[in-house]
Design a protein around this ligand. Structure first.
Ligand code: FES
Length: 159
């Protein structure tokens, strides 16, 4: 015994429209909820850069980690980890090894080796990331940039 079940083209199109409508409504509802729901702030430890061994860094050297947009500088007094994001309008700064300054290509800002504003419109120094030294390795908490008003030697992490 066989059954010959057929469905009209009109009915098939009706089902397709209902299915598409359900998908669109679902996306609207979930999209709206996702937009309205408070976002979880990234906190300490959620994003971490293991930058290498302390002994890998030379004094007065600035090393850039492109993916994380982090500069790490080693001085006689210790380490600093800067965000490469300009505090004016979020362009990415670069390190000028000859002039020993961070420079922003967007509006000409310049920052000294401690991230302090030398010239240009940024309202504050480059943000810092917290550094921990764990088993001789530099561990940078890139999930929580720290804003500051000025450089202070206490911001350096001794090795
Ligand atoms: S974004 Fe860097 S100076 Fe404007």
């Amino acid at each position: 015994m066989s059954t010959n079940r057929t469905i009209s083209r009109r009915k098939l199109m009706g089902y397709a429209w209902v299915g598409a409508g359900i998908i669109v409504m679902g996306e609207l509802i979930f999209g709206t909820l996702a937009f309205l729901w408070p976002r979880k702030r990234e906190s300490k430890g959620e994003k971490v850069l293991i930058a290498g061994k302390v002994s890998d860094f030379k004094v007065n050297e600035v090393v850039y980690f492109r993916k994380e947009r982090v500069f790490i500088e080693k001085t006689d007094e210790g380490f600093l980890a800067f965000s490469a994001v300009c505090t004016h309008l979020n362009c990415v700064v670069h390190w000028n090894e000859i002039l020993k300054k961070f420079e922003c290509p967007c509006h000409g800002a310049k920052f000294n080796r401690y991230g302090e504003v030398l010239e240009g419109p940024p309202p504050r120094p480059l943000d810092l990331y917290k550094i921990q030294i764990v088993e001789e390795k530099l561990v940078i908490d890139t999930g929580a940039p720290v804003e500051r008003k000025k450089f202070d030697p206490s911001q350096m992490v001794k090795d």
